[in-house]
Design a protein around this ligand. Structure first.
Ligand SMILES: [Cu+2]
Length: 277
C-alpha cells in the first residue's frame, strides 16, 4: 500500500512538472539560427514563431539561436522559420521579403547574412544595377550611418561614438573597382568629408559635437544615396530649426521623422524633403 502511494505521488509530481514546462504534444526540439539584433527583435521573432499548443520559441540575443519546441504532428521547424521570415527575419534557409525587413524599426535592421542559394535569383536581378562588391561596400556604410543616426535619435553619445568607429571601418572597406565612372566621381567627392566627420564622431562622446558633424556627414552622404542603390527606399529629411534656424538634413530608412538633432526633446520635428527610391 505504502509503495503504491509513493508511486502515485511521484507520478503526480511528474505530470505537474511536464504540463508546466510545455503543453505541446508530440514535442520535439530544434535549434535554428535567426539573424537579428536586440530585445525588440526577440519579441518580434518569438511572436511570429509562437503558436499556442503547437510551437514555443525562445531566441537568444547573443547567440542568435532560436530554440524551438514544437508539435511534430502539426508543424515543422521549416514552417516556423518561414513565418519568422515573413516577420522580417532571415535564417540560412529563408530570406525575409525586403519589404518586411524594411518595415522593422531601425534598431532591428540587423546586418543581413550573405545570400544563400534560395535567393540566388534575387541576387542576380540586383546585380544588373549594382555590382555585388560595391553594393556590399557602400551597403555597410549605409548600415553604419543608420545605426549612428539611431544613436543620435536616442541622444546616446557613447553609442554614437561606437557607431562612428564602425562607420570609419565601413568607409575604408568600400571597393572602388567596378563602380561606374559617375558613381566613382560621386564617391570620390564625398569620401574626404564623410571620412573626416566619421573620425570626429568616433573620437568624442559629446553629443552636441557629434550632431554638428552629423550635419556635414549627412549633407555629404545625400549624393551617395542618390548614386548607389541602398536596397530600399530612403527618405531625405530636414529639421528647419537646428543650427540657429539654418536647418539640418539627414537620410532615414523610414518615412516617419525621428529627429537625430534633438532626440526626445523634439523627436518628430522635421519633414521629408525627398524620397529616394
Ligand atoms: Cu531590434
Amino acid at each position: 500500500m505504502k509503495t503504491i502511494h509513493k508511486i502515485l505521488m511521484v507520478l503526480m509530481i511528474f505530470t505537474t512538472v511536464t504540463s508546466c514546462e510545455s503543453q505541446i504534444k508530440n514535442a520535439k526540439t530544434a535549434t535554428v539560427k535567426i539573424y537579428g539584433n536586440c530585445g525588440m527583435c526577440k519579441k518580434t521573432i518569438e511572436k511570429a514563431a509562437n503558436e499556442k499548443g503547437i510551437a514555443q520559441a525562445d531566441w537568444n540575443v547573443d547567440s542568435k539561436m532560436l530554440t524551438l519546441t514544437y508539435d511534430s504532428q502539426k508543424t515543422t521547424p521549416e514552417a516556423v522559420t518561414k513565418k519568422i521570415a515573413y516577420a522580417g527575419y532571415d535564417s540560412d534557409a529563408f530570406r525575409a521579403p525586403d519589404a518586411a525587413y524594411a518595415k522593422l524599426p531601425e534598431c532591428c535592421q540587423y546586418e543581413r547574412p550573405v545570400q544563400t542559394k534560395t535567393v540566388a535569383a534575387t541576387a542576380l536581378l540586383e546585380a544588373k544595377t549594382v555590382t555585388p562588391a560595391q553594393e556590399k561596400g557602400v551597403g555597410n556604410v549605409y548600415a553604419a550611418y543608420f545605426n549612428l543616426k539611431e544613436a543620435l535619435v536616442q541622444s546616446n553619445g557613447v553609442t554614437a561614438a561606437a557607431k562612428g568607429t564602425t562607420l570609419v571601418t565601413a568607409i575604408k572597406g568600400v571597393a572602388m573597382e567596378g563602380m561606374k565612372p559617375e558613381q566613382h566621381a560621386v564617391w570620390m567627392k564625398a569620401l574626404k568629408t564623410i571620412q573626416e566627420d566619421a573620425v570626429h564622431i568616433a573620437g568624442t562622446k559629446d553629443i552636441e559635437h557629434q550632431r554638428e558633424r552629423f550635419v556635414s556627414l549627412s549633407k555629404a552622404m545625400y549624393p551617395v544615396f542618390k548614386a548607389f542603390k541602398s536596397g530600399g527606399t530612403v527618405y531625405y529629411q530636414n529639421c528647419p530649426m537646428f543650427n540657429d534656424g539654418k536647418g539640418a538634413t539627414w537620410v532615414s530608412r523610414e518615412s516617419t521623422v525621428k529627429n537625430p538633432y534633438y532626440g526626445a526633446q523634439m523627436l518628430s520635428c522635421g519633414s521629408t524633403v525627398e524620397t529616394i527610391q
